[in-house]
Design a protein around this ligand. Structure first.
Ligand code: DAT
Ligand code: MG
Length: 140
């Protein structure tokens, strides 16, 4: 297995409920190391650009509005198989379908307000990390 980096966001529903530490602890307990982290209150433009892949979906407006509604914590996580590992630790998009012990099962409020984002592949991980971080902000 290779050491990888992936991009993660702790979403507004979670920052509002003061869950940044609790969620980060789950990453760390699962072998994911936080090598970059900052709190951002994203603009509508940033949210629309970041989620552009979903722009034709019926929930796009709701998604953008939610992501701009409160601060988010953007992070780079590093570890063995970090991209797949993070997706596993996050759980299914819909918390009603998420496995026991996953972040979304424990913390998410709904399919839209689901506490975390994680990159889904190596290519998107690289793009998403570069969207939010300059190289000198990542300290492994
Ligand atoms: P994931 O975040 O698990 O990668 P995704 O990429 O399919 O899921 O969707 C991105 C986000 O969009 C998701 O975290 C929450 C929102 N979303 C997805 N499907 C939705 C739906 N049916 N209704 C409302 N929001 C939805
Ligand atoms: Mg996705």
């Amino acid at each position: 297995m290779a050491i990888e980096r992936t991009f993660s966001m702790i979403k507004p529903d979670a920052t509002k409920r003061n869950l940044t530490g609790a969620i980060t602890k789950v990453f760390e307990e699962n072998g994911l190391r936080v090598v970059a982290s900052k709190r951002v209150w994203m603009s509508q433009k940033q949210a629309e650009t970041f989620y552009a892949v979903h722009k034709e979906r019926p929930f796009f407006g709701e998604l953008v509005e939610f992501m701009c509604s409160a601060p988010t914590v953007v992070q780079v996580l590093e570890g063995e198989n970090a991209i797949a590992k993070n997706r596993e630790v996050m759980g299914a998009t819909n918390p009603a379908e998420a496995a026991e012990g996953t972040i979304r099962k424990m913390f998410a409020e709904s399919i839209g307000e689901n506490s975390v984002h994680g990159s889904d592949a190596a290519e998107t991980a690289a793009e998403e990390i570069a969207f939010w971080f300059g190289g000198n902000e990542i300290v492994g």
